[in-house]
Design a protein around this ligand. Structure first.
Ligand code: AHG
Ligand code: MN
Ligand code: MN
Length: 335
């Protein structure tokens, strides 16, 4: 009998390449993986476990919380607070930084997460996921506050997402490419199934919420108009469109077969700066996409270069196949 490479084995072997690795990072990823397995289990049981529907509460962003948002957030906190790997955590579902209970040792990492991405898909059996980002805790800091989290995405030590779809798939980068692992529930482990994922540089598939079209800025209007014009337009070929309602799903597809995903700047979200959150949605996704050979921009700046100003800051997001993202950025430059 052969067991494939588990995510734990993969991380340990990757860490062996670094002389200074202490095993802390491997343990951190293990704890994240356990949280994702617990969430995957709740997601797959749905109504049978009584986890669908609204929680009856609102988060800091003024969004309605689903039961699964709350449950997934709890799973991440409980799995990661005890082990001495993180110094503090921050989440879409919590107003402020989560400082660890006094009984637990402080670790060297800061963990940020969107515990459940695509909340509006929970009750319709649509794709959902979890996104996470790992930063280093500044030296000497034992009770981190928001300012310690406000590091550009280029500083991320690791980023990943678990996608709860027909299969549960974990995609992970530690800065050496992107690898995908499928949860094998016969052994309870994520097994390497998608080594060295690469986003094709060219593609003819886009993902955008077209109901916002009237709010878009001219560069995005132009790009989408040209895609829609197909073989009759300046691009001279037909494009396809997909929109899953959960960035994790759209980004996973882009990692598999290319394309672009846009939640661009628009008049509707201008006051807030955009729709998606920089620290635990845009940055980890940008790292995954860049590590797989794609590009990630706001339209005007590389996402990973942004200096964050707030834990829950929102930004425009344009990620995917390099040549398409570069084209959209050029349209922004041209005005
Ligand atoms: P979340 O469920 O964490 O709030 O994020 C939802 C995000 C993202 O996943 C998705 O692409 C987008 O919101 C969906 O936006 P629309 O409601 O405009 O479709
Ligand atoms: Mn989200
Ligand atoms: Mn969420």
């Amino acid at each position: 009998m052969q067991v494939g490479t588990t995510v734990t084995q993969f991380i340990i072997e990757e860490q062996r390449r670094h002389a200074h690795a202490t095993g802390d990072f491997t343990s951190l990823i293990n704890d994240i993986v356990i949280a994702c397995k617990a969430i995957a289990n709740a997601v797959s049981r749905g109504s049978l476990a009584g986890v669908l529907g609204h929680a009856g509460t609102e988060n800091v962003q003024g969004e309605d919380q689903k039961k699964l948002d709350v449950l997934a957030n709890e799973a991440f906190l409980r799995c990661n607070e005890w082990g001495g790997r993180v110094a503090a955590m921050a989440s879409e579902e919590m107003d402020d930084v989560y400082n660890l209970p006094a009984v637990y040792p402080r670790g060297r990492y800061l963990l940020l997460f969107d515990p459940l991405d695509g909340s509006s898909n929970t009750d319709v059996n649509g794709i959902i996921g979890t996104i996470f980002s790992v930063l280093r805790c500044p030296d000497g800091v034992t009770e981190p506050s928001a300012e310690h989290f406000l590091q550009p995405g280029s500083q991320q030590v690791a980023a990943g997402m678990a996608v709860y779809g027909p299969q549960t798939i974990l995609v992970l980068t530690t800065g050496y490419g992107v690898n995908g692992f499928t949860l094998d529930d016969t052994i309870g482990e994520f097994v390497l199934t998608h080594p060295e994922m690469r986003v094709p540089e060219d593609s003819a598939e886009f993902a955008i919420n077209a109901s916002n079209q009237r709010h878009w800025e001219p560069p995005v209007q132009r790009y989408i108009d040209e895609c829609l014009a197909g073989t009759d337009g300046p691009r001279g070929r037909d494009f396809n469109m997909r929109w899953m309602g959960a960035m994790v799903g759209d980004v996973y597809r882009v990692l598999c077969r290319g394309g672009v995903f846009l939640y661009p700047a628009d008049a509707k979200t201008a006051k807030k700066g955009g729709k998606l959150r920089l620290m635990y949605e845009a940055n980890p996704v940008a790292m995954l996409i860049e590590q797989a050979g794609g590009a990630a921009s706001t339209g005007r700046e590389r996402l990973l270069d942004l200096q964050p100003v707030g834990l829950h800051q929102r930004v425009p997001v344009i990620v995917g196949s390099k040549h398409e993202v570069e084209r959209i950025v050029a349209y922004h430059r041209e005005g």
